[in-house]
Structure formats: structure tokens, C-alpha cells
Design a protein around this ligand. Structure first.
Ligand code: MG
Length: 379
């Protein structure tokens, strides 16, 4: 039977691919939200007829209101609008917004016992314990959309006892700069960092892939989602992005999920789980596959991964500080204000300057995030 989806962040890369899947499955849309891309959001509203459309930007919301005056779509704005979309009557809240803004809507949806299909990794990185705790207490579900975590989720199906898991193995493409020396990395430009070899994604996550911070954030994400200690998670460079991640069990069996680099599969699985249905994701032709290679990550030239692991082992607000400082540094890099290698050194400095609160409340987390951004801007 068709489901009803509330989609937060519908105009970004994941949002657009989500609507591909939703259209193919003939699901209904309760709400669509965007930052300020009025043209695309209007077109999406006309195609999917949600009850509610939200622009974070008030001026964009006003423009959308005028454009949709001939429809029954209600238009709201800002964080209030985003929260309204998160608690709409729906089977799944798919959050594909970027950054910390996704945290409160996720918590509100979980408090209603909803399924949250989570493509917003910052939420789990900054507030993973709060989020998973809200899910447990209110009977909500957090289903990962990130390809690695979906691969792990798929490889864990049928595993009744997590004690049987020896370790989770996250694969990493290594990004566009794999194999480069530090001297070479000093010279890379914004347009080089935006050329990912395998995946087509938004700018922020593409830069995170180039620094390997993305994989560091994903290690933290995996710890929170699957309640695993850092020692039970490893990262392996797999340039071909065919194996999306693996689970090694105590009997030394390793289960993996393979597929093309097509986000529509993990998006769809988060919507249909525990069922599988035919969908729009590109099939993988094993006979056309390149040879599969595996190498250890290069922590010396890509120190962001090590910084994230360190933050994960400290815990508390340390991961929110890491994330806030990184978001700020990446946006400065994208604006051409700092060179590539400064992203990591700036994150490191922020980590050293903001003190950590253990077992943080939502307020502690938001404060740590703000403090980290402030310091990153001052630097
Ligand atoms: Mg990923």
C-alpha cells in the first residue's frame, strides 16, 4: 500500500532523488520544504500536491505563497514551518536538510513515534544519543539513508543479537584527492574538491569527502545508529564504490551490500523497509564491474578522519564542536576565503578551544555548535 511521506529538504540532491523514488512508488507527499529555491519547490508542489510547503527564508515563502495562490497548498516559513512539516500526519519523515537545522524536526517526529528516514548525518553526529534515546522511548524508528549506513542496515537484517557482530566496516571512496601528497593538497582549488570520482552530491558533502571528514562523521553516525563502540568500526578505502559497506560477524562471515553509486536505492529502502519493491535505482552489472580493491586510509595526509575518531572517543559535545567547526570551515573554503588544508587545521583549533560537556542536553549541543562556529569564524 502507498505510504505518505513528509520530505524535509526537497530541492537538494537527496531531496530531488527522493521525489524520483516517491513518484516511482506512487507514494503520497504530505509536506515539502526547501531553503529558498522557490522555482523548483513550486514545480514539486504542482507535481506532488502536498498539504504543506515550507521555505526557511521568509521572503522566498512569500514569493511561493503568491505562486501557489491557485492551489490548496498551505505555505509556512522558517523553523516553525519546518517543525510543522515534521509533525504532519505521515508514515515517514524523510529528512534531507543540510546541517544542524535538521535536529529539532527529527526529535519532534520521533516523539510522535514516526519513522525518520535520515539523510541528515549532522543530526546523529551532534546529538546521536538524544536522537536514538527519543526513538527508543517513543517507539520511533531511525532508518539510515546514507549509503554506507544503509548497507550496514541491510547486512544486519536477520541478525537478532548485536553481540554477534564483530565489527562494522565502512567503505570510503577516498574522494578526488586520494593518493595526493601534502604538497599537492596545498594547491587544490574549490573546483577540484567538487569533482567527486563516483558520487554526485551537494557541495558541502563533496568537500567533506575530499578531506575525508565525511568518513569521520560517518564513523560517529555508525556508532550512534548501531550502538557500537569506536573499536568495533573500521574504515577501508574502496575506490570503486561498488561495496557500500560491510558487517563482520563473530564467526568471521562478512556480509556486504553491493550496488551502483545510486542514492535512490538507500532512499527507497528507508521508505519501504522491511519490504523490498522494484524501483528506479540503476542495476549493477557484475560482468561490467571493475576489479574491487581495498586499502587502508591515509591518516597522515587526511587528518580530518583522525580528528573525528578522536572526537568520537571523547564523546559528549565534542562531536557537535567538530561538526560546527567543520561546517563553518567548509563554507569558508567554498567562498574562497581559506585554502583546502586550512579546513582541518581550523577544525583542530576549534576543538582545542571549546570545552566539552558530557551527557549533554539539547541546549548544551546547540551551544557547543554555536561556540565552535564563532571560533571558526574568528580564526
Ligand atoms: Mg555516505
Amino acid at each position: 500500500m502507498g505510504k505518505v511521506v513528509s520530505l524535509l529538504g526537497s530541492t537538494g540532491s537527496i531531496g530531488r532523488q527522493s521525489l524520483d523514488v516517491i513518484g516511482a512508488l506512487d507514494y503520497q507527499v504530505a509536506a515539502l520544504t526547501a531553503n529558498r529555491n522557490v522555482e523548483l519547490l513550486e514545480a514539486q508542489c504542482r507535481r506532488f500536491s502536498p498539504k504543506l510547503a515550507v521555505c526557511m527564508d521568509p521572503e522566498a515563502a512569500q514569493a511561493l505563497r503568491i505562486k501557489l495562490a491557485d492551489t490548496n497548498v498551505k505555505v509556512s516559513q522558517g523553523m516553525d514551518g519546518l517543525l510543522e512539516a515534521a509533525v504532519m500526519e505521515a508514515d515517514v519523515v524523510l529528512t534531507a536538510v543540510m546541517g544542524m537545522v535538521g535536529l529539532r524536526p527529527t526529535l519532534e517526529a520521533l516523539k510522535l513515534g514516526r519513522r525518520v528516514a535520515l539523510a541528515n548525518k549532522e543530526t546523529l553526529v551532534c546529538a546521536g544519543e538524544l536522537v536514538m534515546d527519543a526513538a527508543r522511548r517513543h517507539g520511533g524508528e531511525v532508518i539510515p539513508v546514507d549509503s554506507e549506513h544503509s548497507a550496514i542496515f541491510q547486512s544486519l537484517q536477520g541478525c537478532g543479537d548485536r553481540g554477534e557482530v564483530k565489527r562494522l566496516i565502512l567503505t570510503a571512496s577516498g574522494g578526488p584527492f586520494f593518493g595526493k601528497t601534502r604538497a599537492e593538497l596545498e594547491k587544490v582549488r574549490v573546483e577540484d574538491a567538487l569533482k567527486h570520482p563516483n558520487w554526485s552530491m551537494g557541495a558541502k558533502i563533496t568537500v567533506d569527502s575530499a578531506t575525508m571528514m565525511n568518513k569521520g562523521l560517518e564513523v560517529i553516525e555508525a556508532m550512534r545508529l548501531y550502538d557500537m563502540p569506536l573499536e568495533k568500526i573500521s574504515v577501508v578505502i574502496h575506490r570503486e564504490s561498488i561495496i557500500h559497506s560491510l558487517v563482520e560477524y563473530c564467526d568471521n562471515a562478512i556480509l556486504a551490500q553491493l550496488g551502483t553509486a545510486d542514492m535512490r536505492l538507500p532512499i527507497q529502502y528507508a521508505l519501504t523497509w522491511p519490504e523490498r519493491v522494484p524501483g528506479p535505482a540503476e542495476p549493477l552489472d557484475l560482468l561490467q564491474c571493475p576489479s574491487l580493491t581495498f586499502r587502508p586510509p591515509d591518516l597522515e595526509n587526511f587528518p580530518c578522519l583522525g580528528l573525528a575518531m578522536e572526537a568520537a572517543s571523547v564523546g559528549g559535545t565534542r562531536t557537535a564542536i567538530l561538526n560546527g567547526a567543520n561546517e563553518e570551515a567548509v563554507s569558508q573554503f567554498l567562498e574562497g576565503e581559506i585554502p583546502f588544508l586550512t579546513i582541518c587545521s581550523q577544525v583542530e583549533k576549534s576543538l582545542n578551544r571549546v570545552s566539552v560537556v558530557q551527557s549533554p542536553s539539547l541546549e548544551d549541543i546547540l551551544e557547543a555548535d554555536q561556540a565552535a562556529r564563532r571560533i571558526a569564524r574568528e580564526l
